[in-house]
Design a protein around this ligand. Structure first.
Ligand code: R1P
Ligand code: URA
Length: 235
């Protein structure tokens, strides 16, 4: 067991999907994985291992925000030998041309988090980016499955409820597609510990129009991004 994950050594696959929502992890395991078994219930942050097309894959809830996601990414890589992490999350669209339920792959992640400023002593604005091979595979998988997937930069924010929506407009002017709360930490930790990471998201809210999906829809209906992530992680 690690501090926050209750799995024995060998119970977690080298390939892990990471939704923020632990109940989305359960839904993914029950809907998509063969012979899925739960390996952790610590703090209610559920994790499962099963098989996708015969290949072992795990799915681990990561919680909301970069402090929580960092704990899970760190322990998965450093204590369980995980090599590949694909986040499957929800996001808010920042640009008018995205619609609810559109799928987005994050090539890079700007952030307002202070975590990397501390890492680099405030001297470097580190640019957290996706693993190129995973991103290229995800694009190919989406095309093969006939799923339209936008690729571009996103924002990983500390706050879900922002006091500065004006900054979202400025970021959209610079081509930033969407906002979520974990990708910058995931990309940074993967780089630091020589793992591969990608973030694939579904638009759950539209910041410009105010449209949003329900919590049940966020938990159980974002299947296209999951299918892209599963095919990508076993490729
Ligand atoms: O749906 P998940 O994967 O949790 O991702 C998004 O949803 C949560 C906020 O509602 C944050 O974790 C954000 O990144
Ligand atoms: O972080 C997030 C996730 C979904 N929708 C948002 O607006 N923000």
């Amino acid at each position: 067991m690690s501090t926050h994950i209750g799995a024995e050594p060998g119970e977690i696959a080298e390939r892990v999907l990471m939704p923020g929502d632990p109940l989305r992890a359960k839904w993914i395991a029950e809907t998509y994985l063969e012979d899925a078994r739960c390996y952790t219930t610590v703090r209610g942050m559920l994790g499962f291992t099963g098989r996708w097309n015969g290949v072992e894959v795990s799915v681990q809830g990561s919680g909301m925000g970069m402090p929580s996601a960092s704990i899970y990414a760190h322990e998965l890589v450093n204590e369980y030998g995980v090599k590949t992490l694909i986040r499957v999350g929800s996001c808010g669209a920042l640009t008018e041309d995205l619609q609810l339920r559109d799928v987005v792959a994050a090539i890079g992640s700007s952030t307002d988090s202070n975590m990397n400023r501390m890492r680099f002593d405030g001297l470097i604005d580190y640019a957290p980016v996706a693993d190129f091979g995973l991103l290229r595979t995800a694009v190919e998988v989406a095309e093969r499955r006939g799923i339209s997937m936008r690729v571009g930069p996103i924002l990983a924010a500390d706050a879900f409820y922002t006091d500065r929506p004006d900054l979202y407009d400025t970021l959209a002017d610079y081509g930033v597609l969407a906002v979520e709360m974990e990708s910058a930490a995931l990309y940074t930790i993967a780089a630091r510990f020589k793992a591969r990471a990608l973030t694939v998201l579904t638009v759950s809210d539209h910041i410009k129009t105010g449209e949003k999906t329900t919590s049940q829809e966020r938990e159980q209906t974002f299947g296209q991004m999951v299918e892209i992530a599963l095919d990508t992680i076993i490729a």
